[in-house]
Design a binder for this molecule. Structure first.
Ligand code: MIG
Length: 684
């Protein structure tokens, strides 16, 4: 099912955990072109062939027609012309006559020219000679994904509380401001489980410190929040402020834990704290050391973190900026023409070079660009291992901005600095199945958009989609604060967030199924309706598990949207406590979707378990479930996965929920299930 081809002497990335013996021949599925300093793989494409995968990347669910470069990049625009993004996920499926998957396990740049140079060719070029190539086969698209996922190991298991609503903003300047935000939720009956802390909670952006002035008695603050069922989630930046007397900086320098320059001096760049060192996460001792520092926060009761700036993001290197300053001074007397101006602008934008940085990998000095894509992965892997040492069986919330396949075993991701654009709402939907293919299941985008100012309607529609997304986090850094209480229709936002909590038994169950069965939680319609040529072209609807389809609105001023139903389904409109349903035939329908509505469709014979809403995940009554079903001749069923949501070793309970003749049954006595009474007549 999976074949491995070794080229040169690859560095072990740890992406693949299965023991796969290397093949002796070259792969049959792709042609090989040998070039001077690299090889390229070529696959001729028929008109109807499609390409899926590439994880977090931009553009379509079908990736055909663009050129992508796998090279972890901090770019806050994410426009259509972008080729690289924060995460590097080199797995694609070519959906041709005999579909197959390709995984290029290379920590350096890899180019995926998927019908860009030639519309009828996919050309994959790893920019180096030492890497592993895997070809994955299977009986169907989903089967190929499962076979790949089995080879890369089980996905990260997030704690149940992290499926609650998380509020965030780069701009909470003090504990009091945070308290005020939480108070708005509690006072208005809007559920919340987490609050992210951005840079300001630290002392001068120094990792593993706290800002005593604005966040006094930090430990007390953590406790106070946790007493009201809110988990504080601090940001951890990858780079360390270079400052004598700051223990993290001193320890790193003393033990050679930081990346070096070509002369073996500690490399100095600049990020938020000013001059910074970059921990050498590829050196296991350095990774272990950095990770052990998370204890500073866990001792205070923190159980969630987000790792940022780990591509790594660098504003400038000291060396490049000094050189620029000198050049400008030397040219003081000269008049600059247009070309000089543009040259200068270009230089200012690129005041660092990854080729100036060196790692110590097993005692060998390796230049950063050759292992670039592993930096955020290794930071987060060590963090996860450090947290495991602190509390071996405890599930922590951990999500990272940069990533590589393999990191999916240790943490989730968020999709970085998107824009408050309608196109990015749609992009966030498209990223879901592609990320699932690569093992990333605990995922989410910044709801409302991170950069540029959002609008109330965009934020509402984004919430409506994110009701189904594991990481449901409203985060931004633009001028316009975008918590729901900043807008006019607070009650609409409340309906949406309450719907999330009601749907949690379903959402969490689908997440657990995907984790434990190496499956995708979100699938393109093509993966489920393989013989339906219309379904194959749908880029704005997704299947969740086996029984549900979602179709969010992503157009401004639209009162609804057209939805393609590949079969007869039950339409559900959920408004927090209120629910409306209606049966629809297979085909295309215009559906009105009010702003406070979560729209989804249930397949015949399926049912959805619901909780009664509560103000946090902790307060949910998990022993009481009501079901919404689309009965097929009087019956419907659902296999619900659950666990304790806290420990890694928790056994998964698989409950059979069954509806027959309007009565609901569950094979666990602890759980009381009922059919939602109001819908009995319409549904049977
Ligand atoms: O250069 O910490 O993607 O979520 O709010 C910006 C500030 C640094 C980038 C992250 C974003 C975060 C922001 N960070």
């Amino acid at each position: 099912m999976i074949k491995k081809y070794v080229f040169g002497t690859p560095l072990e990335t740890g992406a693949v955990t299965a023991d796969v013996a290397p093949e002796k021949n070259t792969p049959e599925e792709v042609g090989i072109v040998d070039k001077t300093d690299c090889v390229a793989f070529v696959k001729e494409l028929e008109d109807d062939d499609r390409i899926y995968g590439l994880g977090e990347n931009i553009r379509g669910i079908n990736k055909r027609g663009w050129i992508y470069e796998s090279y972890a990049t901090d770019d806050g625009i994410h426009s259509e012309t972008l080729k690289s993004i924060y995460g590097v996920h080199n797995f694609i499926i070519i959906d041709c006559k005999k579909p197959f998957g390709i995984f290029v396990d290379a920590p350096f740049k890899v180019t995926f020219d998927l019908g860009y140079t030639y519309m009828d060719k996919a050309i994959i070029t790893p920019q180096g000679r030492d890497f592993n190539l895997y070809i994955i086969n299977g009986n169907s698209l989903s089967d190929i994904v499962r076979n790949f996922r089995k080879a890369i190991g089980k996905s990260y298991l997030a704690p149940f509380w992290s499926f609650g609503y998380i509020q965030s903003r780069w701009g909470y300047k003090s504990a009091d401001e945070c308290r005020q935000v939480v108070k708005e939720f509690r006072d208005n009956g809007v559920p919340i489980d987490g609050l992210c802390l951005d840079l300001d909670y630290m002392d001068s952006c120094k990792v593993f410190t706290t800002n005593e002035k604005d966040f006094p008695n930090f430990e007390g603050f953590v406790k106070e929040m946790s007493d009201s069922n809110v988990h504080l989630v601090p940001i951890i930046d990858a780079a360390v402020k270079a400052e004598k007397g700051y223990c993290i900086s001193d320890e790193g320098v003393e033990n050679n834990y930081f990346c070096k320059d070509e002369n073996d001096n500690d490399y100095v760049g600049c990020v938020w704290p000013g001059h910074t060192y970059f921990p050498d996460y590829l050196n296991p001792d350095a990774g272990k050391w950095f990770a052990s520092k998370y204890k500073y926060y866990t001792d205070m009761g923190i159980d969630g973190f987000w790792n940022d700036m780990n591509e790594p993001a660098i504003f400038f290197s000291k060396k490049s900026l000094d050189a620029l300053k000198n050049d400008i001074c030397e040219n003081k007397e000269r008049d600059f023409g247009a070309n000089d101006y543009f040259a200068l602008r270009h230089r200012v934008n690129f005041l660092w070079d990854y080729k100036e940085i060196y790692h110590n990998v097993n005692g060998k000095k390796i230049r950063h660009d050759k292992v670039h894509n592993m930096y955020g992965y290794m930071m987060t892997k060590s963090a996860s291992q450090g947290l495991e040492e602190i509390a071996p069986d405890r599930r922590f919330l951990l999500f990272s901005r940069s990533s590589y396949i393999g990191m999916h075993r240790y943490a989730g991701i968020w999709t970085g600095d998107n824009q408050a654009w309608w196109s990015h709402l749609l992009l966030s939907l498209k990223q879901l199945p592609s990320l699932n293919m690569c093992g990333f299941l605990y995922i989410g985008s910044d709801i409302g958009g991170f950069n540029s100012n959002t609008t109330e309607d965009l934020s509402l529609r984004w919430h409506a989609l994110s009701v189904f997304v594991p990481l449901m986090r409203n985060h931004n850094g633009s001028d316009r604060p975008q918590e729901w209480f900043r807008f006019i229709h607070k009650d609409w936002f409340r309906d949406l967030i309450k719907s999330r909590y009601r749907l949690l038994p379903f959402i969490y169950s689908e997440y657990l199924k995907a984790v434990h069965n190496d499956d995708m939680m979100f699938r393109p319609l093509r993966f489920v309706y393989e013989n339906d040529s219309l379904a194959a072209e749908i880029e704005d609807q997704l299947m969740i598990g086996d029984s549900v389809m979602i179709a969010p609105v992503y157009t401004q001023n639209a009162k609804g949207r057209f939805v393609y139903l590949p079969e007869e389904m039950l339409m559900v409109k959920m408004y927090g406590d209120e629910i409306e349903t209606e049966e629809y035939e297979k085909g295309r329908h215009y559906i009105e979707v009010p702003y406070n509505c979560v729209l989804f469709f249930i397949k015949k014979g399926a049912l959805i378990p619901l909780y009664d809403c509560a103000m946090s995940t902790k307060e949910l009554n998990k022993n009481k479930i009501s079901v919404l079903c689309f009965s097929d001749e009087g019956s419907a069923e659902y296999e619900m996965y659950s666990d304790d949501g806290i420990t890694k070793s928790s056994k998964v309970k698989k409950l059979e929920i069954l509806v027959e003749n309007k009565f609901a049954y569950c094979n666990s006595n602890d759980i009381e299930v009922t059919v939602l009474a109001d819908y009995l007549n319409t549904l049977f």
